[in-house]
Design a protein around this ligand. Sequence first.
Ligand code: PHE
Length: 450
Amino acid sequence: MSQLKLSKETWSSQSIFILAGIGSAVGLGNLWKFPYITGEYGGSAFLLVYLFCVLLVGLPLLIAEITLGRAGQANPVQGMANLARENKASKLWSLLGLNGVLAAGFILSFYSVIAGWSGAYFVSSLQGNFISQDVATIQGDFSALLSSPWQLLFWHTAFSLLAVWIVSRGVKNGLEKAINILMPALFAILLILLGYVVASRGFEESVTFLFQPDFSKLTAEAVLVAMGHAFFTLSLGLGVMMVYGSYLNQQSSIVKASIWIAVADTAIALLAGVIIFSIVFGNNLDAASGPGLLFQTLPVAFSEMWGGWFFGTLFFGLVVLAALSSAISLIEPAVSWFEQNWGIQRNKAAWGFGFVTWVLGIGTVLSFNTWSDIYLFSDKTFFDSLDFLTANIMLPAGGFFMAIFVGWVLSKEKLKGELGLQERTLNQYRVTLRWIVPVLVMIVFIYNLI
Ligand code: PHE
């Protein structure tokens, strides 16, 4: 039997692990995607379904994924191989880890392009480009950005370089240091913005829009989107939380940490929703304007509102920081795999992987302009295809099999040792992983494909 490969790096404390988990979870998903899908699917009813998905599927899976990481004590591929061997299961389980490493690379490739938009908007806002601008100009600016491959490429490159550089420095010197700066800054900016909107005209309307359920607006599609988003926003199904879990010491509580991460992620999405919709309603803009909400709608508000230059710049700065702490977590599964299984130095692994995803990202850059008429899956551009492939296939598949592994394959003693739950709670948790999570994910998955 070959020797088990164990991970050597560890987090300095449980709280830095929680912060890193929150950093991974909170990103474009919370600040860009959540508000616009909530706007598109009618607000509160969608929100309720989403919360339900987070609680019933997201949280149990988050616990399962971190458990797999700490119990497997290695990168996702090797960790699954270690656990499969210990539990006398098929070697093929390591494919689950490989699925994650690949999906993380796919996501990173387009994530970096969209994060790049925020970088462009941060600088643009800083330069005062949104001050007293009319709607047509602002919306035209966004189209101009998307139609320029070189501009998109520039920002995509800048963002990739920054993220890879952080990861190349290691867990303690890179990830932890970045997290320690990024997360407090992010919380502070959110609170400042919240303070601003609470006193604004649109606040009440935004709270009603988000929190007063109107089920007439709920559709089957909304349920699917809500479930997909629960996966994406909690960074589930692709081994990110697994690799973070593999650096967690044995004394830390996985359940507690997971609850913190899920609650903080949800709270920040809600805060972002309240902030964005307050600005939208306060300025009589359209909440259902789709992916452009953050980039076409908000700047209109920033151009008109008091202190718009300051708050606009702060806001796009926030988006960049949040995206950065998520991007580094997308690089880590691959890097730890290259390091531990292939003996490649972290530095080289990070730059190598970063280069590959950067190249792949060019496809996304072009799908907004030169390649906008080139379709891969039916009517989907390169970017839409990657988004679809990851969010609708690879992540749910990853989550499904993780639930199956922890629920059915991992020994109960091991699970008990990792989670330290009371017998009754442990049993309930296992039932959730054995039945509820896989069945719900399967239903959504099949429905999605047809
Ligand atoms: N959770 C991140 C977000 O909401 C995205 C992400 C997905 C990060 C998967 C890592 C892994 O933006």
